[in-house]
Design a protein around this ligand. Structure first.
Ligand SMILES: NC(=O)c1ccc[n+]([C@@H]2O[C@H](COP(=O)([O-])OP(=O)(O)OC[C@H]3O[C@@H](n4cnc5c(N)ncnc54)[C@H](OP(=O)(O)O)[C@@H]3O)[C@@H](O)[C@H]2O)c1
Length: 297
C-alpha cells in the first residue's frame, strides 16, 4: 500500500510517499481503508521531532492521527462495528491507504469522508478545554485564535451550551467567526481594548500560542480562568497548559450528537492527495486556517 513516511526529523521535504506493508488490527483495534486523514499541527510537530516526550517514535515513521474510512478488519474484542461500516477516529500513520484506529465512532449521516477526517482530535481538544476552563452557560469565553480547527469546534460547542464567545482571528476570518455565532475581532495591535469593548470576559482559551497569556490573565482577572494548548510558557503566569488528551470515544459520541442536530460543522479548507502531504504541512505551518485541511487516500 501507499503510505506517507519520514526517515529523519526535519522540514516538509523529509516526507516521502512509499510502498509499505499493510498494518493489521490488534486486539481492541480496527483497520480502515482510509478515505481521508485530518492534517493537525501535531503532525508536523512530530515530523520536526518536537514531540518526542509526548509521542516517542522510532524512525522511519508514518504520519497522521485522525482519519475516516471503511472498516475492513476488526480486532479481537471489538463488537460495535463490522467490515463495511463508515467510521472516523484516531489511530496512527493515517496518511496512508490503510491505517489502524484505536478509537472510533460510526460517521453520522450526511458527513463526507473528507469532512469526517477533520473532527477527531479537534473535538476531543475542544471539549476538554471547555471543561477544564470551567466556563458556564450565560458567561463569556474569549478564544484567541478562533478560526482554526480547534477554534471552529470550541465556538460551536460553546454556542450550543449558551456560552457567549468573543473570538480573535485574522481580517479574512471575521465573518467566518460571526457565522459561527461569535463576537469577532482581529488580533494584533490594540486587540485587548477591542475585546474589552465587546464585553466582560469570564474565561479565556489561548489556541494560537501567540504570546498573549499575560493579557488573557488581565482580561479574566484570574489565571485559573485561562487555559493554553499552544504556549508552553503559560505556567509562568500561573496558567494551565492542557496537553493530555481525554477520552476520544466519548468526544466522538458527543460530536456525533452535535453534528446530527446541525450544531457542529467543521469545514474542509482544502484537500490534498497523499503525494501532496508536504504541501499540506507547509500550509498548516503557515498558521492560518479556516476549519481543517485533509489528505485524501
Ligand atoms: N495541547 C493540546 O492538546 C493541543 C491539541 C490540539 C492542538 N494544539 C495546538 O493548538 C494550536 C491550534 O491548533 P489548530 O488545530 O486549531 O490550528 P490551526 O487550525 O492551524 O489554526 C491556527 C489558528 O491560529 C490563528 N492565528 C494565527 N496567528 C494568530 C495570532 N497572532 N493571534 C491569534 N490567532 C492567530 C489563525 O487565525 P487566522 O487564520 O484567522 O490568522 C488560525 O485560526 C496548534 O499550535 C496546535 O499544535 C494543542
Amino acid at each position: 500500500m501507499k503510505k506517507v513516511s519520514f526517515a529523519e526529523f526535519g522540514g516538509p521535504d523529509v516526507l516521502q510517499l512509499i510502498d509499505a506493508e499493510e498494518p493489521h488490527a490488534g486486539p481492541g483495534q480496527i483497520r480502515i481503508a482510509v478515505r481521508a486523514a485530518g492534517v493537525n499541527p501535531v503532525d508536523w510537530r512530530v515530523r520536526e521531532g518536537q514531540m518526542l516526550k509526548a509521542h516517542p517514535i522510532t524512525l522511519p515513521a508514518g504520519v497522521g492521527l485522525d482519519a475516516s474510512g471503511v472498516v475492513d478488519e476488526v480486532g479481537e474484542g471489538v463488537e460495535d462495528v463490522k467490515a463495511g461500516d463508515h467510521v472516523f477516529g484516531e489511530g496512527s500513520s493515517t496518511y496512508a491507504e490503510y491505517a489502524v484506529l484505536s478509537a472510533w465512532a460510526r460517521m453520522p449521516e450526511g458527513l463526507t469522508f473528507e469532512e469526517a477526517a477533520g473532527y477527531p482530535s479537534v473535538v476531543e481538544t475542544a471539549l476538554r478545554i471547555i471543561r477544564e476552563v470551567g466556563v458556564r452557560p450565560g458567561q463569556t469565553l474569549l478564544v484567541s485564535g478562533a478560526s482554526g480547527g480547534v477554534g471552529s469546534a470550541v465556538l460551536q460547542i460553546a454556542r450550543d451550551r449558551g456560552i457567549t464567545v468573543i473570538g480573535t482571528a485574522g481580517v479574512a476570518n471575521q465573518d467566518y467567526l460571526r457565522n459561527l455565532g461569535a463576537l469577532a475581532t482581529t488580533y494584533g495591535e490594540g486587540w485587548v481594548e477591542r475585546v474589552r469593548q465587546l464585553g466582560h470576559v469570564d474565561a479565556a482559551l489561548d489556541l494560537a500560542g501567540s504570546g498573549v497569556i499575560r493579557e488573557l490573565v488581565e482580561l479574566t482577572g484570574d489565571p485559573r480562568k485561562v487555559i493554553s494548548i499552544a504556549d508552553l510558557g503559560a505556567p509562568e503566569f500561573g496558567v494551565r497548559f492542557s496537553g493530555a488528551a481525554g477520552s476520544v470515544p466519548a468526544a466522538l459520541a458527543e460530536a456525533v450528537g452535535l453534528i446530527e442536530r446541525g450544531r457542529l460543522h467543521i469545514p474542509v479548507e482544502r484537500s490534498y492527495t497523499l503525494a501532496e502531504a508536504a504541501k499540506a504541512h507547509i500550509d498548516s505551518q503557515a498558521g492560518h486556517a479556516r476549519g481543517r485541511r485533509v489528505v485524501v487516500a
